[in-house]
Design a protein around this ligand. Sequence first.
Ligand code: ZN
Length: 217
Amino acid sequence: MGAFSTFLDILFPPRCVFCRKFLRSSRQMICDDCLHTLPFTTDGGKKNGEFFSVCIAPLYYDGDVRESLHRFKFKGATGYSKAYGKLLADCIKEHLSGRYDLISWVPLSRNRLNERGYDQSMLLALSTALELDDVAVSTLEKPLEAEKQSLMGSAEKRRANISGAYRASDPVLINGKRILLIDDIVTTGSTLSECAKTLLTAGASEILCAAVARTRD
Ligand SMILES: [Zn+2]
């Protein structure tokens, strides 16, 4: 930290990643109001899935959380990964400590990555792992871009649409491992299920998941 970061804070005043209110220091990342009013989940916001044991999320995907994740995902606000990573790491420490061997993420397809320039879930996994004194490794690839998820209707359609979309990138690495998969938002859990199925088929022993935010059921 020190003089240079103070100088940067004056030139580019840091803002709360959720409500965008100005902050006194970039070290804070989330304002005091948001820390009290954000829609935090209780008991890790646990959600079960078809091929993963549990998915936890520190926040509900509502209001300012939704807006913030939108800026992170589509508007280049990649710096948010630090604040999100801290929230994820705290949630993981509390609910999944000692239950996984590897940290990984749900990857973007190659063409989507080229379009956006960054893989937001990879950034999340890297910053979360850093907070946990761990590393995140790539375990999945998404070779083909399935039809745009948001244009799809029912959960069944979404599932059919992403079936077979992922491929395990390193079966030797994941063999017999309990893998913690990081993603930004969990809605139906169909993407996580598909990734989990792919990893289990390739030899992983268990899949656990963590997302920044989840929808309310
Ligand atoms: Zn705020």
